[in-house]
Design a protein around this ligand. Structure first.
Ligand code: DCP
Ligand code: MG
Length: 363
């Protein structure tokens, strides 16, 4: 039975919500602005709907530049209303949860759901389910989404990227080489400009070139962790599981490329986990008072080692040394365990909200 994972990404999310909230906006080009408050037009575009994207307006560009691109003055510029978008997002995530064996929210408008059991390993059933979810989201919130379906998280993500907006796209085992291999290597999720240049230096132009490239050489250029990740992905391999999280704690785990007791090796992915957790904490505007490492041993036993902090911490990267200490102590205390999966957890949350100090507002 094949594993089946979906990545569901809402289309031009903030802009779609605004369009739905105010029917007069329907069909017009819309850009959502994150004003910095320094001067009238300072800040960046959070997102733009597809008609505005045709004019070259997209997330990340300065508001000033977006207004220059809007030569005919047809674009509607709106301030971002994140609290409202968050409420819509929370309701939509509840819809996904109903159908998921496992659920992992990645951002305000993106989530993975594992549906292997629910769809009994059938991609046809998964397509039906995806259409049902899309219908429910559209009926209840009036917005569209794109569902990528694959046999792991990476393939699902690629499937969604290939067919935005408003659609369902499947990449199954047979399709992978046909659909993914011909793409330029920069289309591989996670590859930025620098890595792309480096890969081009090796003559790697397509994802197929990367998949067939010598892994040893790649490791020397990119470091072991990155090289293995990109090379595996190029070959359609990804055994990352969905991290279900409840309201009280959240974690990020990954299977190591090889089982190990070497603390430095095991800890290599920790910086990336910290960034992922930080994004989730920031979205909920919460800090944490306890941290833990989670390990799954070669014998598939899950064990944790935790500690309570003396204060509410906002930034996961600040406590990376504490996580490392927990790992070193764990290895000392468990001399017979070899580690297969490793991850970080944060918990014991406190909301910021009104508790912000005056200093926070002065920034
Ligand atoms: N966002 C932001 N700043 C960015 C990128 C995104 O504030 N630099 C916000 C606005 C988006 C939302 O996050 O609506 C989701 O991001 P996506 O990358 O999924 O972009 P969209 O949903 O807007 O568009 P797409 O249809 O490409 O998914
Ligand atoms: Mg989106």
């Amino acid at each position: 039975m094949s594993r089946i994972v979906m990545l569901i990404d809402l289309d031009s999310f903030y802009a779609s919500v605004e369009e739905r909230r105010n029917h007069e906006l329907k069909g017009k080009p819309i850009a959502i602005c994150m004003f910095s408050g320094r001067s009238k037009n300072s800040g960046a575009i959070a997102t733009a709907n597809y008609p505005a994207r045709k004019l070259g307006i997209h997330s990340g560009i300065p508001i000033k530049k977006a207004k220059e691109l809007d030569k005919e003055g047809v674009v509607v510029f709106l301030p971002a209303d994140r609290d409202y978008y968050k409420q819509v997002s929370d309701r939509i995530m509840q819809i996904y949860r109903k159908y998921a064996d496992r659920f992992e929210q990645v951002s305000i408008d993106e989530a993975y759901i594992e549906v292997t059991k629910r769809c009994k390993g059938s991609f046809e059933k998964a397509i039906e389910l995806a259409e049902r979810i899309r219908k429910e989201v559209h009926e209840s919130e009036g917005i569209t989404c794109t569902v990528g379906i694959g046999y792991n998280k990476f393939v699902a993500k690629m499937a969604s990227k290939l067919k935005k907006p408003d659609s369902v796209n499947v990449v199954d085992h047979e399709d992978f080489q046909k659909l993914i291999w011909p793409l330029p290597v920069k289309k591989l999720h996670g590859i930025g400009e620098k890595t792309e240049m480096m890969l081009k230096g090796f003559g790697i132009e397509t994802i197929e070139d990367l998949a067939k490239f010598n892994l040893g050489k790649l490791k020397m250029a990119l470091g072991t962790a990155k090289a293995e990740q990109f090379w595996n992905h190029a070959n359609g391999i990804d055994d990352d599981e969905l991290e279900d999280e409840d309201k009280k704690q959240m974690s990020k785990l990954k299977t190591l490329m090889k089982d190990s007791r070497d603390a430095a090796y095991i800890f290599e992915g920790a910086g990336e986990f910290a960034q992922i957790l930080q994004k989730r904490l920031d979205e909920r505007n919460i800090g944490f008072k306890s941290i833990a490492i989670i390990v799954v041993t070669t014998a598939f036993k899950t064990k944790t080692k935790s500690m309570t902090l003396s204060h509410v911490e906002k930034r996961v990267e600040n406590v990376l040394p504490e996580y490392k200490k927990l790992l070193v102590e764990f290895l000392k205390e468990n001399p017979d365990d070899t580690i297969r999966r490793f991850g970080l957890r944060v918990g014991n949350f406190e909301e910021f909200g009104e508790q912000r100090t005056l200093a926070d507002f002065g920034k």
